[in-house]
Design a protein around this ligand. Sequence first.
Ligand code: FAD
Length: 408
Amino acid sequence: MHFRDTAEEAAFRAEARAFLEAHATPRTGTDADWSRDASAADPATQAEFVRRCRAWAATLYDAGWAGITWPRAYGGRGGTPAQSVIFSQEAAAYDVTLGFVGAAQQLVGPPLLRFGSDAQRERFLRPLLRGDEMWCQLFSEPGAGSDLAALSTRAVPDGDGWRVSGQKVWTSGAQHADFGILLARTDPERPKHKGITFFIVDMRSDGVEVRPLVQATGLAHFNEVFLTDVAVRSDAVVGDVHGGWAPARATLASEAGMIGGAGQSSGYDAVLAAVRAAGRTDDPLVRQELARVWTHQRLLEFLRYRMQSAILAGRRPEVDPSVLKNLFVAALAHRVETALDATGAAGMLDGIDAVDGGFWQRQVTGQFASRIGGGTTEVHRTMIGERALGLPAEPRTDKDVPWVATVR
Ligand SMILES: Cc1cc2nc3c(=O)[nH]c(=O)nc-3n(C[C@H](O)[C@H](O)[C@H](O)COP(=O)(O)OP(=O)(O)OC[C@H]3O[C@@H](n4cnc5c(N)ncnc54)[C@H](O)[C@@H]3O)c2cc1C
């Protein structure tokens, strides 16, 4: 979809296109694109992928194209949601991605911009935008995923700061991270949402141990992180002590929207390239599915734009992030299966015989990560029911009792 650009937006689009032409090469939609290597299992390819993501972040930052809607005071462009959408539309035609760096910007930016101290924003936002420092999200635990507020990692006061102990899991990119945003329980006597504090943790601290977890795709995308008496300074608290649920919600809303926006490397153009390579563009049934892929993509762009506009204007989003997330995963499942189906029986081949280097197989296997990460489809359906449709809330018997009473 192209919005009807205003004169200023048309000028912005032309400027963005000129920048991209000068600094990136067109996306081919084939295995020749480095931006498709996010799912590559081979460690050397992964390392090169991370390096190129960081290099692209630096290129954007140095040329004034990073954080299009972020304030200029913190290295952003101070632009509009429409400009952000326009830039994404134009960038989609090029072999570029921010990968883990982009994810970190979406997870860490909103809570720091809204709840962080001036010193935290000054210290962390520019290196985050430029990809000079990598981040991870230390929220989920073995006993706290969908019910995140049940978390049991503890932070206890220690002199002027805190000591943190506990276990996190599914921590994407922790093996590359310099810092993590961490939720820890600071008052077990309060109800579960009210005794949590949001911290910034230096991942090189003593007592932080990162253990990679290998997924069905062969890639170690996420990790277990063990924290043993990790020292955290008092100025690493984001927002209020015991008030960490508010910045956590800023992260979670942005995360759902982010996952709803991901997947460029398997977008319409890539699906079309796979169908062409398989010689199936004349097949009326395949053409019908291609039309659906294209329609989903445009619909998601439109919904993202509506949501981002509302958030930046300080309004309640007309589009719930949960709606966007669930539509995105449905569209993702459809398009990756369309591409793999088009390759026919050859799509079952593995190793050096695999079609497109196994890219579409990895997308089909990897789609489940998007269904779970950032909140599962079922949990987002509950949120849509309660927040968007006003249906009666699920019974939550542990909401107003001290957390400690729920674990006895
Ligand atoms: C690729 C990927 C990356 C991730 N990255 C990170 C990260 O960087 N940092 C981080 O902190 N976490 C991360 N996560 C963790 C993710 O947020 C959790 O996996 C997710 O919230 C689900 O939690 P869980 O795995 O504990 O499943 P559970 O909460 O145990 O859910 C198990 C099943 O029960 C269902 N269920 C649970 N509650 C309800 C309910 N109330 N109603 C109906 N059904 C329900 C769920 O839908 C699911 O099917 C990542 C996960 C994935 C897959």
